[in-house]
Design a protein around this ligand. Structure first.
Ligand code: AMP
Ligand code: MG
Length: 320
């Protein structure tokens, strides 16, 4: 379908309370009219997402952002000027128009303006903010291509195909407090960059045992086979039935049955773009287990390692 027609069709579905999968620069989202609780309930049903995991609401302009939040906060405008459209979700107090199902009963709502022309056109034509989590089954690998969505969610009524996503990793999520902010989920935008925009801010340190945000669930993004992080425990093992997700071009790659390269030149941005597709490819490949190289934890590498640790978590901890 021609792009303009596809957007019109998708926007009509959103207005009718149906679900649409659409590309953003981070990952593909599964969207519904954020003000329609029945439509939003279908997101949870289709994803098999637990109701305690709140959704990010996507907007196309600052007026739509203001239509969700309880107070006007100049920091939203400052952050928006610098980072929107882009991969930063800002969690603020919600107003009563936002249905509880969107926020899992929290009195806060996560808001983001995605940096993707098709997403922005869809939200504008639908004339409503769109609640959208990643378009995958809960806990599974996030989708960075339309075919990833179609494979995991064959029942989604409509998918806008925008090709591979250009950031490749979910947005950074911050919660604004009166005196500062907390980074709830690392992404392409770092705490240091945010502090430059709201310099009076304190970055709060979170207590380990506090459940701040469902994005902090330890097991997530998991392939349906054993996955391990780092080669060092496997130096003397037979790796010929394994898959390697490689950082750079390590010489031990030749010991594996299959190799997916995150970035041959060790470029973190390129690695972020390739990460989820590498996991999808390995999940479908004829390999018995997956080993992923670690990447340097700086810049977007922090977010890459966050996702890799969660993908490997259940195997490290022998959970099912
Ligand atoms: P997803 O859309 O699947 O990438 O997941 C959205 C994530 O954003 C959630 O799992 C939370 O970690 C975070 N999030 C969304 N809304 C809120 C909120 N109101 N408070 C805290 N975290 C939130
Ligand atoms: Mg997700």
């Amino acid at each position: 379908m021609q792009t303009g027609k596809a957007i019109q069709h998708a926007a009509r579905l959103i207005r009718e309370g149906k679900l649409v999968a659409f590309p953003t620069e981070t990952v593909y989202g599964l969207g519904a009219n954020a003000f329609n609780p029945d439509a939003v309930a279908n997101i949870f049903r289709l994803k098999e997402r637990p109701s305690f995991d709140p959704l990010i609401v996507h907007v196309a302009n600052l007026e739509q952002a203001a239509s969700l939040s309880k107070h006007s906060d100049d920091r939203i405008r400052l952050l928006a000027e610098k980072f929107w459209p882009g991969p930063l979700t800002i969690v603020v107090e919600k107003n009563e128009r936002v249905p509880d199902i969107v926020t899992s009963g929290l009195n806060t709502v996560g808001i983001r303006m995605p940096d993707h022309p098709l997403a922005l056109r869809l939200i504008s034509e639908a004339q409503t903010p769109i609640a959208a989590p990643s378009a995958n089954k809960f806990g599974r690998i996030s989708p960075t291509r339309a075919e990833h969505v179609a494979n995991q969610l064959p029942d989604v009524p409509y998918i806008i195909d925008g090709g591979p996503t250009t950031v490749g990793i979910e947005s950074s999520v911050i919660r604004l407090h009166d005196d500062g902010f907390v980074m709830l989920r690392p992404g392409a935008v770092s705490s240091e960059e945010i502090k430059k925009v709201i310099p009076e801010s304190h970055i709060r340190i979170e207590k380990e045992d506090e459940f701040h945000s469902p994005g902090q669930i330890k097991s997530h993004y998991s392939p349906q086979k054993s996955m391990f992080l780092g080669i060092s425990d496997f130096n003397d093992s037979d790796l010929s039935n394994g898959g390697l997700i490689a950082w750079g071009t390590p010489e031990y790659a030749s010991k594996f049955k299959k190799v997916e390269y995150l970035s041959k030149t060790r470029n973190s941005e390129e690695a972020a773009i390739n990460l989820f597709n590498a996991l999808h490819t390995m999940e479908a490949a004829d390999v018995e287990f997956i080993i992923a190289d670690t990447v340097p934890e700086e810049g977007i590498g922090i977010a890459i390692m966050d996702r890799l640790k969660k993908a490997a978590y259940r195997h490290r901890n022998n959970a099912s």
